[in-house]
Structures are given as C-alpha cells and as structure tokens.
Ligand binder design. Sequence first.
Ligand SMILES: Nc1ncnc2c1ncn2[C@@H]1O[C@H](COP(=O)(O)OP(=O)(O)OP(=O)(O)O)[C@@H](O)[C@H]1O
Ligand SMILES: [Mg+2]
Length: 281
Amino acid sequence: MTPPQPRRQLTPQEEARLAQIRAGFEQRKRIGTKLEQIRYKVGVYSGKGGVGKTTVAVNLAVLLAQEGARVALFDVDIDCPNVTRVIGVSEPPEHDRERDAFIPPSRFGVKVMSMAFFQKDEEEAVIMRGPMIHNAINTFLMKTDWGELDYMIVDLPPGTSDAPLTVMQTLNMDGFVVVTTPQELAKLDAKRSINMIRKLNLDVLGIVENFTGDIFGSGAGEELADELAIPFLGHFAMRKEYRIQDRPTVLVSDKVAGEYHRVAEGLRKHLAALEAAAVPR
Ligand SMILES: Nc1ncnc2c1ncn2[C@@H]1O[C@H](COP(=O)(O)OP(=O)(O)OP(=O)(O)O)[C@@H](O)[C@H]1O
Ligand SMILES: [Mg+2]
C-alpha cells in the first residue's frame, strides 16, 4: 500500500481563486440572511422612461407604511437615483464601523436606501456596466441593516437593457408592478416590459395606469391587463398636487391616498395568493 502523499502547496493563483470563492460564498450567505427578513420584494417597473415609476414607488411605500406595514424603499436606478429627492431625505445612512453595516435613514415611516447617498453631488453621472451594477447592488444588500420588513419596494431604472436586467436577476424579486400611461404607444412599451419580466421567469403582480385623465385619456392599462391576463390594480389620475414637493402626494391629497389604497389592497391580495401557491423551499 502506498503511504499517503503530503498535500501539495497551492500556487498563489490557486490561493487567490480559493479566497475569491470563499468571499463569494460568504457574500451570498450574508445577502441570503438579510433577504430572509423581508417578506415581499416588489419592483416598480416600466420599459418607458418618465411614466411615473419613482412617483408610484415612493407613494406606494409611504401609503403601506401609513397603513401599518414595515416598509423600505430601495432605489436601484443606479444611473439616475431620484428617490431621495422625491421622498425628501437628505441625511445619509449611518455607518456602523464595527459591523461594517449601513443603517438606512427613515422618512414618513419608510427606510430609504439609494445610490444617491454615495454620490458626491446630485448632478454627478454614474456610469456603470452590468457587473459593476451587480456588485453595487450586492454590496447594498449585504451591508444594509433593513431589520424585519413586510415590504421592500424597489424603484427600477427604465428600459429593457443591461441595467434593469441585472437588477432583476440580482434581487430575486417576488414580482413587479408595471406602470403604463393611457396612450396606445405606452401600451406597446409596457408589453415589452412584461415580456422581459416573464422571460426571466419572474411574476408580474399587476398593471397600474398613471396620468389618467382628460389630457391623455384612460384605458390602456386595463386593455393590456385583459390582453395579457394580468391583474389590473388601478389608475392614478394626473393631478396638479404632484407639484407639491415637500411631501409625497398620498400625504397631500385624500383622493390620491384613496387611489393608492385601492392599488395596495390588490397588491396584498395577489402577493398572498402567490405565497399560498408557492412551493415551500
Ligand atoms: N399622476 C401624476 N400627475 C401629475 N404628475 C405626475 C403624476 N405621476 C408622476 N408625475 C410627475 O411626472 C414626472 C415623472 O415622474 P417620475 O420621475 O416618477 O417618472 P419615472 O418613470 O420614475 O422616470 P424615469 O424613467 O426617469 O425614472 C415627475 O415630475 C412627477 O412628479
Ligand atoms: Mg424614476
């Protein structure tokens, strides 16, 4: 019988590779533990820019918090982070050096985390490619102390390119609320967005129509929902109250709060149904 051979020394390249694998494993474990504390992760998305994703994400988060839920808002529009401005938060997260953890600031009962906190000035352009976005989001996820949450509302960047795709794949969302406007062309864009979500095997929780009213009309959201057999969650009318900057509009107008309440009800229902139908992991 041959005696056991002494173990071969690893080359520096092998050592480095091993260290990288260990770090990746450690990172996934830390992220996994953090995400377990969040019951629902809901993205607000549309392929088209300027349809009101950030507005919907902020107002939905604030309304859910007003109704008693524990809520965080995560701005993953890495290129143009707007959430902090819309919700009116300026103080950066606290950094706990000992644990290397970030404690997000709260506003109107919502914990807020955004790339904007790490930009030197508001007008600075953040240019990142897929792997960098992936790393930035993972770092946020790993180091942010969200605590126990009922909802994490995620504000996504527009488009069907690298940035939103990376976000969707990295975040492991429960589903998406797709925002459309009442016009025919917006419907086509929303359809593309929905196809992209479905291609990634993720769920569309529902469609909302923003800017409903005399100017742009109404109906595209409901038609699209019918066509694609997706729940229609509700309309948000176009209103001048959105120009008031110091508070989210759900806190300014009872009518707007009512619209968001209806959408939140539908969302809760669909999330509960998804949860009930989920195969236990
Ligand atoms: N229902 C509404 N009535 C009136 N104004 C609105 C309404 N919804 C959104 N707005 C306004 O429209 C503008 C664009 O909204 P918002 O920034 O939320 O769009 P977005 O889809 O997040 O844009 P982007 O694609 O650039 O991220 C904002 O000035 C916002 O206040
Ligand atoms: Mg936005």
